[in-house]
Design a protein. Structure first.
Length: 189
């Protein structure tokens, strides 16, 4: 009961304060501006004695032209994506050059699958490189030093296809299955 009385008292005080504030705000805006004092006859000068004030010259806007020389183009992408090209360093092993992703700089035997998520329609996999840094891969992601590409993600492994080169007019490739690494105690009950 006591709380209710205090709450009502506080609400009444708040309402009165707001009403007073609105009343004062209306009074201040509705008050006419004070008129300048009327000039006495001694201060009135004939028109001939009034000094002509020179008019201020109009501000001229300079003609501005944008010069892009030496400036960065804001619409140009920061990262330039180039497809890796095989280098010509001998027939035994093809190394890729150009701009490579971090996963393309790691050998496939150092890549470890740590998780797979999604449905049978679309899956993604989480992999780690040799240093323990994680990446998310999809079907089509480039992986490994030999130009490997993820071709399939199964519930327990990721299939990567590496191109070995051409032999007798046919392109040779082999598939590597990267199995899902499970920690102790993980898995279905």
């Amino acid at each position: 009961m006591e709380r209710t009385r205090k709450r009502l008292k506080r609400n009444k005080l708040l309402a009165r304060s707001l009403a007073l504030a609105f009343l004062l705000a209306g009074f201040v805006t509705a008050a006419p501006a004070a008129a300048p004092p009327a000039a006495t006859p001694a201060e009135v000068k004939p028109a001939a004695q009034l000094e002509a004030k020179p008019e201020a010259p109009a501000l001229e806007m300079p003609d501005y032209r944008y010069d892009p020389k030496g400036k960065i183009d804001p619409f140009k992408p920061f990262v330039r994506l180039e497809l890796p090209t095989p280098s010509k360093k001998g027939p035994e092993k093809k190394k890729l050059t150009g701009h490579l992703t971090p996963l393309q700089r790691v050998a496939l035997d150092k890549v470890r699958v740590t998780g797979i998520a999604g449905s049978s329609i679309k899956r993604v996999a989480m992999v780690e490189d040799g240093g323990g840094k994680g990446y998310i891969v999809y079907v089509g992601t480039l992986v490994g030093e030999n130009g490997g590409r993820v071709i399939q993600i199964l519930p327990d492994r990721v299939i990567v296809e590496e191109k070995l080169g051409e032999s007798k007019g046919k392109e040779k490739s082999h598939r590597v299955a990267l199995k899902l690494h499970k920690e102790e105690g993980e898995g279905r009950p």
